[in-house]
Design a binder for this molecule. Structure first.
Ligand code: G
Ligand code: G
Ligand code: MN
Ligand code: NA
Length: 254
């Protein structure tokens, strides 16, 4: 039995789960958002991380169904937290290249928003540089349509790909996520500190928000705070957790 067959059955048997990692406001310590991250739990056993099955989902085209499931589940969860009385938070969802470059993507997104009743302004789609730099004209068109729906767009793993700054300016992207490799080397690499502070300045000049991912230490947090990064995400605050374990209040004294 192949991995692809197992993954197809996994979707039928509801074996995929989303975990959520908080995104924290650097100034207030409040939770500003959550990133939804998929995991696979075959037969109720150990969780399989996405790196081990996303490529197979993409090759088989199953990513279309699983990605749609993930988007819908994340929207339902965001709405559920809101209805439970928590302050509304942004829900960020990763979108794969196959999914994004499918003709029906915008239409499917619209249906999910309508059916879940989620406020689109709290949905943020995370796209990588390689996704948006492929078929740029087509991408700009799709991004425009998504903006019309009211969702916001984030460039994930920023700094590791090959973004053309010229195109970046033409795309309605509202957030850059600084790749965690730059955060990891902040303490011992002068170049990384310069790259991080430069990305933050550039984002602000372009009217974009900035999220730093992979924040694990207080000194990384201090550097980001000093350099005006607004939002952070990382093990310093929380690893990705099931919805029931998602923190209900912020991190006031960090
Ligand atoms: O949670 P973890 O760090 O193991 O995630 C690894 C990678 O898997 C992340 O880079 C993320 O972009 C990707 N990923 C996680 N969840 C999803 C998802 O729902 N859809 C897609 N396309 N990718 C995801
Ligand atoms: O590529 P993307 O940014 O979507 O993936 C996010 C991944 O980063 C998740 O799989 C998550 O488990 C991982 N992650 C989140 N915070 C940290 C952190 O502080 N350190 C490390 N090493 N990984 C992290
Ligand atoms: Mn991401
Ligand atoms: Na990332």
């Amino acid at each position: 039995i192949t991995l692809q067959t197992r993954l197809r059955r996994a979707l039928e048997k509801n074996e995929f789960v989303l975990h959520y990692q908080p995104q924290v406001d650097v100034v207030s310590g409040e939770i500003a958002g959550a990133e939804a991250l998929i995991r696979w739990q075959p037969d109720g056993g150990k969780l399989v991380p996405p790196g081990e099955f996303i490529p197979a989902l993409e090759e088989s085209g199953l990513i279309l169904d699983v990605g749609e499931w993930a988007l819908r589940t994340a929207c339902v969860q965001q709405r559920q937290w809101f209805l439970a009385g928590y302050p509304p938070i942004t829900m960020s969802v990763n979108v794969s290249a196959v999914q994004f470059h499918t003709a029906q993507f915008v239409e499917k997104m619209a249906v999910i928003l309508a059916e879940t009743g989620m406020d689109p302004s709290f949905l943020c789609l995370e796209l990588t540089e390689s996704i948006v730099m492929r078929d740029v004209a087509d991408t700009i068109d799709t991004l425009g349509k998504l903006r019309v729906l009211g969702v916001s767009l984030s460039l994930d793993d920023f700094g590791t790909g090959y973004s053309s700054l010229c195109y970046l300016r033409k795309m309605p992207i509202s957030e850059l996520k600084i790749d965690r490799s730059f955060i990891a080397s902040l303490s011992h690499d002068q170049n990384s500190s310069m790259i991080v502070s430069t990305i933050i300045s550039m984002a602000h000049c372009l009217n974009m928000r900035v999220v730093a991912e992979g924040v694990e230490t207080m000194s990384q947090l201090e550097y980001l705070r000093t350099n005006s990064c607004q939002t952070v995400q990382g093990f310093l605050f929380s690893k990705p957790v099931p919805a029931c374990e998602f923190p209900s209040s912020g991190f006031a004294h960090t």
